[in-house]
Ligand binder design. Structure first.
Ligand code: MLT
Length: 309
């Protein structure tokens, strides 16, 4: 007797296009990583993957929708450190729980955080920036992608280290926030590298430092926060793919395999690395590893963010 027979839908999956919810505006870091990876996954799965940008409330509107979607493998979400960890302490009435309402599929990328400013911002380097924002805390402003987004949470961490509370300017993603920074409409932002590399290389914004222990190969001239005088500020975000709870193990396995194959593809790798992403190794790509990451990140951010609410 056969001990386990996968349901017929799981055996033939996917038979139609898949919707990938991106919880922020098009052109931002989550969108860019999702498009690069799903572009390759669609070839492996033999069906198109349609990106749907659903914005609002720091990504929690979209994540609520994904949690409530049918668990048939046809609606997925590319979430991140904000939607699937930092949102838990920041939103006491969050309509989903990252661990209870989702099946982890795969970690897609690690994304270091940079302190960025508009091109004509007076401080020349990180030391000057620190002195400037401390001296002008009531008039400086920091763009972010909504409460609980990576950019918000990262700058919250920076502000707690500097002991300042500047005005936050929320956008529907750091894609539009970056446009405002380039246009000089906001002062600074703590953003993921994927969004920053093209603008830094084009000379349209300033980068004070990268908040990781090592410099990033895509931005060899940008100092680390330790080199620039603020070693306490360390921040790296991540993007990962999730399905609604109860999605069949066979479907999850084929999605995980397709995501992992995408991360091994030379073209995908090159594009992600050029944008400064850290590509997870095979052991970090398993659903189990992602479940552990989500658990650990919720535990890490809860004491940091709870007092701020
Ligand atoms: C964030 O700050 O959470 C992200 O940058 C959102 C985005 O992808 O725009």
């Amino acid at each position: 007797l056969c001990a386990f027979v996968a349901p017929a839908d799981a055996q033939t999956y996917p038979t139609r296009s898949i919707t990938m919810i991106v919880p922020f505006a098009a052109g931002g870091p989550t969108d860019v990583v999702a498009r690069i990876v799903t572009g390759h996954m669609a070839q492996t799965l033999g069906q198109s993957i349609i990106i749907e940008n659903v914005v609002g409330a720091g990504g929690t509107t979209a994540t609520t929708r994904a949690a409530r979607a049918a668990n048939d493998g046809y609606t997925l979400i590319t979430g991140h450190m904000g939607t699937h960890a930092a949102s838990v302490p920041l939103y006491p009435k969050l309509a989903y729980h990252p661990e209870k309402d989702f099946e982890p599929i795969a970690l897609l990328a690690g994304t270091p955080i940079l302190i960025l400013a508009r091109k004509d911002y007076p401080p020349k380097d990180l030391k000057e920036f620190v002195a400037y924002v401390k001296a002008n805390a009531e008039k400086v402003n920091a763009a972010h992608a909504g409460v609980g987004s990576v950019s918000h949470v990262s700058c919250e961490l920076l502000h707690s280290i500097l002991d300042i509370k500047p005005v936050g300017v929320p956008f529907n993603g750091t894609g539009p926030a970056m446009n405002a920074l380039v246009a000089g409409q906001v002062d600074y932002m703590c953003d993921q590298i994927v969004n920053a590399v093209p603008q830094i290389n084009a000379g349209t914004i300033k980068a004070y430092a990268i908040a990781t222990p090592e410099r990033n190969p895509s931005l060899p001239n940008v100092p680390t926060t330790a080199e620039a005088g603020l070693p306490k500020f360390q921040a790296q975000a991540w993007n990962a793919m999730f399905a609604p709870k109860g999605t069949s193990p066979a479907i999850l396995a084929s999605l995980n395999a397709a995501a992992s194959k995408a991360l091994d593809d030379e073209t995908v790798k090159k594009r992600l690395l050029e944008l400064g992403s850290v590509i997870p190794g095979p052991a970090e790509r398993t659903p189990e590893a992602l479940a552990t990451l989500v658990k650990n990140e919720i535990a890490k951010w809860t004491p940091v963010l709870k007092p701020a609410t």
